[in-house]
Ligand binder design. Structure first.
Ligand code: WT7
Length: 647
């Protein structure tokens, strides 16, 4: 971020004035209402004001609903700003709260996951069965040498073993780093090496949208230069023949032959601030950032937001259509729902395979009551028409959600009308990999405005400021910031604390999220998008520099610049500008070659939609490519301050 604050005065004129108020029975029965009343409040406004002044009391109340091996002694410590700690002195394991605790109640026999494969196959796991699978996997990992503090990379499809893999690692007190299955070998290798992973858990392959993905083959390629990796655990998903390296690679089912079903590996009692996971995300430089989350604070944050934002009740069937490879999957497929004892759906496939009603058929089949999805998913399916959802009985639904990018009012209205029977509330949740949990979002008791993530969650003091940190006031564009740390926030960037500090010193003394936003007279936020060199393609986060470095690693490329352009379905798509080296010709063939190069280097998600060959790129006098200028020229917008532009 640092020197890249390129947000200009784009004060928005708010034309959206529709307001949808919640039905009184929804408000009456909401989880958040029960808590508000227990604190003596009847309206959200006064409760929210109270929560700002009593942040610790709120989070202590929440933390007390979880299981602790030993209670914490200090709720919050901030001795070396911006590094902070929550719930210190406590002994805790998030997995105990996801699994072991539920064995003592009826939840033991409740369904934890209804799984549906890309190919339509199904599996159902109760909490007890997930507990058994997790314990056996923990034992297998232990046998492969994994101990507390070791890092384990997970590169898997969305199958129950993927959920169990995260839980097994965390159970041992080891640290997982999940890498999205859409990343290519180079990207996988870079993340494995940064984390120093000792074991990689993968699968022989999987199907996505009917296509065969060769995960093990990609893993083998990545493992060519990964000095820390000792063993590979392979889950059989396809029964396909894959290369297995003697002494390094082991099939999980073969290891299970020696691990009986009643094997118990007790949860390691962890310090509250011990690492739970590292999740890599893109920033302004070419190198992905290893966002670090810790055991207790992360658990408290994800548990609480799941309960209040989605109004999670014991009888709900919940489905988050994200991938576990992203933070949404970590917080709202795995940890938040399991801590709440929820029944969830886990889906391996894609929204429109074999037909554009795949999602709606899953909602009907499992009687999903809470559906958490993305603007890109909604916009993509919108295009096929209203007849596809209309074929299905979606009456089980009662709460909808959205995350990952701004949802335009048109998509919001379509979602409400066609999926939400013209009456369901949409929780437009704003948050980030770094925040760990939802920070700005309605709860089911708030009136909603289409396209607005509405108001900050209790205790969260968000604001819109200029680059000096001065509040800009109502309906003015500015930078979205948060004033105080919250429990689920990242603690650092793995092995790069200086990079972590930039979040707190770009704008003095506050957390700078990297987004532009406005806030209206009712305190409702509208997040407009990134102001750094992060591009959001279908809600996936890509760094301009990552794509550029991959392009310039091709022998024909001299220089490259990547920008995000508005896209009706994906929110943004990537356009790259390429300068070829002497002796190379611009051609359709060359364009194909370079796109393929990005695909095999970074992964399919980073492939540019547009590629233009150019002979020069605007640069600063110090030689930095000015993406802001390129983007403004491309979109026909005012270029802004170009005083540092060279020529
Ligand atoms: C960035 C964070 C949060 C989990 C998935 C993405 C954008 C996220 C919203 C929303 C507008 C949103 C922001 C943010 N974003 N949710 N509801 N409205 N923008 O996590 O990959 O870390 O990306 O996603 O730009 O900074 P992430």
């Amino acid at each position: 971020m640092g020197n890249n604050l390129n947000f200009e005065d784009t004060d928005t004129i708010l034309t959206e004035d529709r307001l949808f108020s919640p039905p009184s029975d929804v408000v009456e029965n909401a989880n958040i209402t029960a808590y508000m009343r227990s604190k003596g409040f009847n309206d959200y406004e006064s409760f929210y004001q109270w929560s700002l002044e009593n942040r610790f009391e709120f989070w202590e109340d929440m933390a007390k609903e979880l299981h602790w091996f030993e209670p914490w002694t200090k709720t919050f410590e901030w001795t070396e700003k911006p590094f902070f700690k929550w719930f210190t002195g406590g002994k805790f394991n998030i997995v105990y709260n996801c699994l072991d605790r539920h064995l003592e109640s009826e939840t033991r026999h409740k369904v934890a996951f209804y799984w549906e494969g890309d190919d339509g196959s199904n599996r159902t796991l109760t909490y007890e069965q997930l507990y058994v699978l997790t314990n056996r996997m923990a034992k297998a990992l232990q046998n492969l040498g994994i101990q507390k503090g070791d890092r384990v990379a997970i590169y898997m499809p969305a199958i129950p073993e993927q959920v169990a893999a995260l839980l097994a690692v965390a159970r041992l007190g080891a640290v997982h780093t999940v890498i999205f299955g859409g990343f290519a070998a180079n990207a996988l290798r870079e993340r494995i090496n940064d984390a120093g992973a000792k074991v990689v858990i993968t699968a022989d392959g999987n199907y996505r949208g009917g296509k065969h993905i060769q995960l093990k083959k990609i893993t083998d390629e990545a493992l060519e230069e990964t000095p820390t990796v000792e063993k590979v655990l392979v889950v059989r998903r396809l029964d396909s023949e894959v290369n297995m390296q003697e002494g390094r690679d082991f099939y999980l089912d073969e290891l299970f032959q020696e691990i009986p079903e009643d094997t118990v590996v007790p949860c390691e009692p962890m310090d509250s601030e011990d690492l739970l996971y590292i999740l890599y995300t893109s920033g302004s430089t070419g190198k992905p950032k290893g966002v670090v989350h810790v055991q207790a604070g992360y658990a408290v944050g994800t548990y609480t937001t799941t309960k209040f934002v989605f109004d999670m009740k014991p009888e709900d069937v919940y489905w988050c259509s994200a991938d576990i490879g992203w933070v949404t999957g970590h917080s709202y497929i795995v940890y938040g729902p399991l801590m709440n004892g929820a029944t969830s759906v886990l889906f391996e496939g894609t929204p429109s395979y074999p037909a554009p009603d795949r999602w709606w058929s899953i909602i009907e089949k499992f009687k999903v009551s809470i559906f958490y999805s993305s603007p890109t998913g909604i916009r993509g399916l919108m295009r096929f028409g209203e007849e596809w959802p209309a074929k299905h009985d979606l009456s089980s639904l009662r709460v909808l959600g959205s995350v990952g990018e701004p949802i335009n009012p048109e998509a919001w209205m379509w979602y409400r009308r066609n999926i939400g029977h013209d009456e369901l509330p949409i929780m437009d949740t704003w948050w980030q990999t770094e925040t760990g949990a939802i920070l700005i979002s309605p709860t089911v008791i708030l009136p909603l405005k289409p396209g607005s993530a509405s108001r900050p969650f209790p205790t969260i003091e968000a604001d819109i400021v200029d680059k000096n940190g001065k509040a800009v006031g109502e309906n003015k564009g500015g930078f979205l910031i948060v004033r105080h740390p919250w429990p689920s926030q990242m603690r650092t960037i793995y092995r790069d604390p200086a990079r972590y500090q930039t979040y707190w010193d770009t704008i003095p003394d506050v957390y700078f999220a990297g987004d532009a936003a406005t806030r209206d007279q009712d305190g409702y936020f509208r997040v407009q998008g990134r102001v750094d060199d992060v591009i959001k393609v279908s809600g996936h986060r890509l760094g301009s520099m990552e794509i550029e470095s991959s392009l310039v690693s091709h022998p024909a490329v001299a220089e490259a610049a990547a920008i995000g352009k508005p896209d009706e379905v994906k929110g943004e798509h990537v356009k790259v500008f390429v300068i070829l080296k002497d002796g190379h010709e611009a051609s359709d063939e060359m364009e194909k070659t370079l796109k393929l190069h990005v695909r095999t280097n970074v992964g399919p998600l980073a492939v540019p939609d547009e590629l233009e060959f150019v002979s020069s790129l605007p640069k600063t006098r110090s030689g930095k490519i000015m993406r802001r200028v390129i983007r403004a020229r491309e979109l026909g917008e005012p270029v802004g301050d170009t005083s540092t532009l060279d020529a």
